[in-house]
Design a protein around this ligand. Structure first.
Ligand code: AMP
Length: 625
């Protein structure tokens, strides 16, 4: 459905208005489906299906336990869960209890989990699946899967201004920003989704709960009677398995970051493109969609619609989208229903069409702001002078855009130090602030590489400081994606004429290798050297110690697939990706591959012996087949 644009000369774009009545909060919409179609499958996770009635019942029991533990309207409940069957009733149960859910990713460093759970004003913490809450929390901790002998309660009434969830994003000072989203905004964002993507989807959820694109999958699917297929962490890491899951579950809709879609296409090309045959819509979001990927999509999957969604967490998941039915120039499109987009200059007035400006987002999805931080809220959320009617707010996105003659927005980049690495939003200032707390560090500058795949930290500090110390300390404090891949210790920063660290000079320095490879590291014929060569190719560095973790050197789950290919090229053995995640240093991978080689030598030898015996037996019997 094309967005309605009332301002055709300037750059105020108004999305199609949402019907103003009849929308219930998302958990009530799910409850209505459980009533109308109790036996319909709502969820497929951990290898089993759960019906809408089953999901509703589990969520109601969780809500009753939360109420008994003192959580209810106005309170917040932490949900510590990786992808698993229990995470969906957990968040539904929190909403049914009238509380707001605060998702926390258990894959983060323990220190950060404890800080997030300790600082969000929680009344209780729910865990699901194998996740374990840190010791010493001062609030009740419940497991989503534990039985509840009592009667499930009916859901507590909420109003549009009540909080529905709180998601943490990177904050420039080092403390994460807690974006608070109300039921009214969640309902509107979901309603827009129902309009843009009509029908019941089989939706593949690959985003962690703590990432706001999970909101699109969860509520966009479960409020329409669709089926949510939750990919396990191993499946998300292994595109070949993800493609198999898509085929096995006949997934029709997928939402992921472009870089994941790209490796999924690689895997599908290897397995045969038929594995993606059930997909009717691929949605990419969270970071710029490369034109080459859009073109490749249509070359390989011409019948599948591709949608580029854009939106910050502060505007409730999405603000604009571009729908492609065939290859076309990539933009971030036009407003989603209920949303207004304004391209403004420094004076906060619309710029002429075709001129770059900052994108401000108004309308139904503008969130409540940052919990506990009225100052940051008032800086980013301003009163909206362009919306019809009184008392509206708009969110200052920090994104630079330009409106095309067709009324769609071209994404030009950021006006600040925020970067996106593998879809994760990172304030470079936050990483710098964290590094400055490391004992011995005096100052730090962090830069992203031009391809936006990794960070490099330049650190000035005490002479005894080592790069490994800084990296280890960073790994304890920061999510894996924010830990700088390279740490360079400098005597002093190069300075600009006004005395600031010269980021341009540092960026040039980041592109030069830190050191020559140790003798015998990259060359040589033994397995360690071959594995090191494969790592060097994938990580694009020659500085690879045998005992340092792949992830500490800037590797990530997507590069693990490239490593699988590179290892095959260098060693002749293609190890399963899961084994690579279990063996994450050069030394461990070389040992593992050596075992594989010995095993296959052994099995080859055993096969030879068995064949020889069989031949001997056959000639003994004189009865060749
Ligand atoms: P997050 O709050 O994590 O969803 O990050 C929001 C930011 O990601 C936006 O402000 C943009 O800078 C960037 N972003 C999200 N989607 C897109 C997209 N489709 N194209 C370009 N940048 C995007």
């Amino acid at each position: 459905m094309p967005p309605e644009i009332t301002d055709t000369t300037g750059t105020l774009l108004f999305g199609q208005p949402l019907p103003s009545t009849g929308q219930r909060p998302v958990h009530e919409q799910v409850a209505a489906i459980a009533q109308a179609a109790p036996d319909q499958i709502a969820l497929h996770a951990d290898g089993t299906g759960v019906t809408y009635a089953g999901l509703h019942d589990q969520a109601s029991r969780i809500a009753a336990r939360l109420a008994a533990a003192g959580a209810g309207p106005g309170s917040r409940v932490g949900v510590l869960a990786g992808p698993c069957a229990g995470m969906v009733p957990a968040v539904l149960g929190v909403l049914q209890a009238g509380a707001a859910y605060v998702p926390v990713d258990p894959a983060q460093p323990a220190e950060r989990i404890a800080r997030l759970l300790g600082g969000a004003g929680l009344s209780a913490v729910l865990t699901a699946g194998p996740a374990e809450a840190p010791a010493g929390l001062s609030v009740p901790v419940l497991r989503a899967e534990d039985p509840f002998p009592g009667r499930p309660t009916s859901s507590v009434q909420v109003s549009p201004s009540d909080a529905a969830y709180l998601i943490h994003t990177s904050g420039s000072t080092g403390e994460p920003k807690a974006v608070l989203v109300g039921h009214g905004q969640l309902t509107a964002s979901t309603q827009a989704r129902q309009l843009v993507y009509p029908g019941q989807a089989v939706f593949l959820l690959v985003s962690p709960l703590a990432f706001d694109s999970s909101v699109a999958g969860l509520w966009g699917t479960l409020t329409t009677g669709g089926r949510l297929v939750v990919a396990s962490a191993d499946e998300v890491r292994d595109p070949a398995r993800l493609a198999d899951l898509i085929a096995a579950q006949q997934v029709t809709r997928l939402l992921c970051i472009p870089s994941l879609y790209s490796v999924l296409l690689d895997a599908a090309e290897r397995a045969g493109l038929g594995v993606l045959g059930s997909l009717d819509t691929v949605i990419v979001a969270g970071e710029p969609l490369p034109q080459a990927l859009a073109d490749r999509h249509f070359a390989l999957r011409p019948g599948t619609v591709l949608v580029n969604e854009y939106g910050p967490t502060e505007a409730t998941v999405w603000a604009s989208y571009q729908r492609f039915e065939h290859a076309a120039p990539v933009t971030v499109g036009a407003p989603v229903p209920g949303v207004n987009l304004y391209v403004l200059g420094e004076d906060l007035q619309p710029v002429p069409r075709g001129t770059a400006g900052e994108l401000f987002i108004g309308g139904a999805g503008v969130s409540c702001g940052y919990a506990g931080d009225p100052e940051a809220t008032s800086r980013a959320f301003l009163s909206d002078p362009f919306a019809p009617g009184p008392a509206h707010r708009m969110y200052r996105s920090g994104d630079l855009v330009r409106c095309t003659p067709e009324g769609t927005l071209e994404f030009l980049g950021r006006r600040d130090q925020q970067v996106k690495i593998r879809g994760h939003r990172i304030e470079l200032g936050a990483v710098e602030a964290a590094l400055r707390t490391v004992p011995g560090v005096e100052d730090a500058v962090v830069l992203a590489n031009p391809g936006l795949t990794q960070l490099t930290a330049f650190v000035v500090g005490r002479p005894e400081l080592t790069a490994a110390d800084v990296r280890d300390a960073a790994a304890r404090m920061l999510p894996e994606v924010s830990v700088p891949r390279q740490v360079r210790i400098l005597g002093a920063f190069p300075l600009t004429t006004n005395g600031k660290a010269d980021r341009l000079q540092l960026a040039a320095l980041a592109e030069t290798p830190a050191g020559e490879p140790a003798a015998g590291q990259v060359t040589g014929t033994d397995l360690t050297a071959k594995v090191t060569a494969a790592w060097a190719e994938v990580l694009k560095t020659t500085d690879i110690p045998a005992e340092v973790n792949f992830f500490d050197l800037g590797g990530h789950s997507l590069t693990m697939f490239q490593l699988q290919d590179a290892l095959e090229k260098h060693t002749g053995i293609r190890p399963p990706v899961v084994a690579l995640f279990q063996h994450t240093t050069v030394a461990a991978q070389a040992a593992m591959l050596s075992d594989v080689t010995q095993e296959s030598d052994l099995s080859r030898r055993n096969r030879r012996i068995a064949a020889r015996r069989a031949r001997a037996g056959q000639s003994d019997q004189g009865n060749p087949a």
